[in-house]
Design a protein around this ligand. Sequence first.
Ligand SMILES: Nc1ncnc2c1ncn2[C@@H]1O[C@H](COP(=O)(O)OP(=O)(O)OP(=O)(O)O)[C@@H](O)[C@H]1O
Length: 254
Amino acid sequence: MKPSSSLLQVRGLAKRFGGLRVTDGFDLDVAPGEVHAIIGPNGAGKTTLINQLSGELRPDAGSIVLDGEDMVHASIQRRVALGMARSYQITSVFPDFTALENVMLAVQSASGRSFGIFKPVRDDASLVEPAHALLVRVGLAPVATQRVASMAHGARRQLELAMTLALKPRLMLLDEPMAGMSQKESAEMVELLRSLRGQHAMVLVEHDMDAVFALADRITVLVYGRPIASGTPGQIRNDPEVRRAYLGDEEEVL
Ligand SMILES: Nc1ncnc2c1ncn2[C@@H]1O[C@H](COP(=O)(O)OP(=O)(O)OP(=O)(O)O)[C@@H](O)[C@H]1O
């Protein structure tokens, strides 16, 4: 097991939906700045796991500790305040606002002020600079004044990341950040996440194995809610049980 230097420690996490054990004795350690990927077949329980980490679902048993603080009983807002943020979803972005305005809203919400849909943020100069810096960071400065509705899918996902970074997370929860992306968009997102490596720890759920193996410091393989293996990409690639249970036994798979 990882030492107590872990930023995130999960122990014995369990969740059932009726008779189905979707999380079944799950342990996880994520060090500061580490990219930890969770992979597994469809229905293995990856999203359910992220939902429990983010606070959208309450586990039936087990502990989630972030930097010594119990998270199981913390609200979503408290988790965000302590540095654990799930990536914004496209559904929480305002399509009629520009990219810059959306990030300004996220900066405003991170500063503790209310998420200002009633008070227009457009005139708040103190939000412009940090929001613009975040757009630069994710490579969206050229489209800062473009309405989100007219942005490509990949650019929207970069925008979500900029909005998540506005929360200054120590740990980001990323649920399929490459989903629906073209190969080019996916490669750009990998580069972007790579540039954030070491600065923010990440729990990354992703089906794109090229992205996972390019990004992850460690990988945990989930099957029927249980971790069957955890290790470096090299260890996972060569783990016979992983190949049997998930990746198939073909040499080319990884
Ligand atoms: N709210 C729910 N009520 C009942 N069953 C659920 C609920 N949410 C998920 N499940 C079931 O739990 C299992 C795990 O689902 P989950 O979405 O966590 O898997 P996943 O690994 O993220 O899958 P995928 O890779 O397809 O996204 C599935 O069998 C799913 O049908």
